[in-house]
Write a protein that binds this ligand. Structure first.
Ligand code: TXA
Ligand code: MG
Length: 325
């Protein structure tokens, strides 16, 4: 059974001993291990039931750690680190020899970020090692934004640090860097436009072309209860009384009397903060499906729609169960 820890010194000792510690970051909870201990890292894959081809992000607390993990001389790295760290930006960089192959799934690149969370930073500092951590959920499932989500998914984790609800709510933006600039591998609350203020976008690659982040599958964040996007069920007569409608701007289709507004006033950052947590909670409610109004795909809306599309992907085929005969 998972033990809830308040004391970061105990958690750091556990990390040093090769144990797994789930901890809050500003984005989502991570399932952490000493990134330089391949056996501890192997346990992350085992506990998460994560395929070995899906590499982990390494979390650091200062810039000297960055230059131990990468030999990449690219000048854009320090510009972006200064502007966005600590914060929800992961840079995929050429890895140094120090990084064990299991962390990067054998790739010659490593994803690195400095999280903007006092608990996470203190844990890394006190452990005195970089911490490899994927989101602390079973592979392909909803990301956890509260300690109780972690315990629900991963009751076998050694320790969980309870830091309350995370403040950003969706995972970090992931970019790859080259001499031409950056490419977006996963959208997040730091948008392409935010990064383009400092580093050019690498136009030599088309979106979706070339090396993608190996973990970026069509289906992900999959809740147990079917989740549909409104645009995917247009023209279909849904049994509205069985579902709940998550509203952004527009009123629900006829018949939906259960309606939830994720971000009254239309603030997309607030939407991101609450999204996974609300979907977690809806799993426990007496409803059969979740219908989500599509968001405008601009700014943070791009990252949210990316998560919602993946959350709905495996469910699309089941929509016929909820149609009027
Ligand atoms: O906000 C976050 O990024 C959270 C917190 C815990 O930091 N972490 C997180 O990790 O979302 P995870 O493992 O759920 O997603 C990380 C993704 C992987 O699926 C993989 O696609 C990509 O990062 N990634 C990691 N290393 C990579 C590499 N060397 N090359 C390409 N993609 C990489
Ligand atoms: Mg994840």
């Amino acid at each position: 059974m998972a033990e809830i820890l308040k004391d970061i010194n105990l958690a750091a000792r556990a990390i040093r001993e090769g144990k797994l510690v789930a901890f809050p970051t500003e984005t989502v909870y991570g399932l952490g291990a000493d990134a330089l201990n391949p056996i501890a890292v192997a346990r992350i894959f085992e506990l998460k039931e994560r395929p070995s081809f899906d590499p982990l992000i390494v979390h650091i607390s200062n810039l000297s750690a960055l230059y131990k993990l990468t030999d990449d001389p690219n000048p854009y790295i320090s510009i972006l680190a200064q502007k966005f760290w600590p914060g929800p930006l992961t840079m995929v960089l050429k890895k140094s020899k120090l990084v064990p192959d299991i962390v990067t799934s054998g790739l010659d690149t490593v994803g690195i970020r400095m999280p903007d969370s006092d608990i996470a930073l203190q844990l890394i500092k006190t452990s005195n090692c970089p911490i490899a951590a994927p989101s602390a959920n079973k592979f392909g499932k909803l990301s956890p934004t509260k300690a109780e989500h972690v315990i629900g998914h991963l009751s076998d984790v050694d320790y969980v640090i309870d830091g309350g609800q995370t403040t950003v709510g969706i995972e970090s933006t992931i970019i790859a860097l080259s001499e031409n600039g950056f490419r977006l591998l996963r959208p997040g609350v730091i948008t392409r436009g935010d990064i383009e203020r400092y580093v050019p976008y690498d136009e030599t690659h088309e979106e979706g072309d070339g090396v993608a982040a190996p973990g970026m599958m069509d289906a992900h964040y999959s809740p147990e209860k079917p989740l549909f996007l409104l645009s995917d069920v247009e023209g279909l007569k849904l049994q509205a009384q069985r579902g709940i409608y998550i509203q952004f701007r527009n009123a629900p289709p006829p018949g939906f009397d259960k309606v939830l507004e994720m971000a009254p006033g239309g603030d997309l950052k607030k939407y991101a903060v609450r999204m996974f947590s609300v979907i977690h909670d809806l799993q426990l409610r007496n409803i059969d499906f979740i219908l989500v109004e599509d968001l405008p795909e601009e700014g943070v809306g791009i990252a949210i729609m990316d998560r919602l599309r993946k959350a709905s992907f495996n469910h699309k085929a089941s929509v016929s169960r909820f149609l009027h005969k």
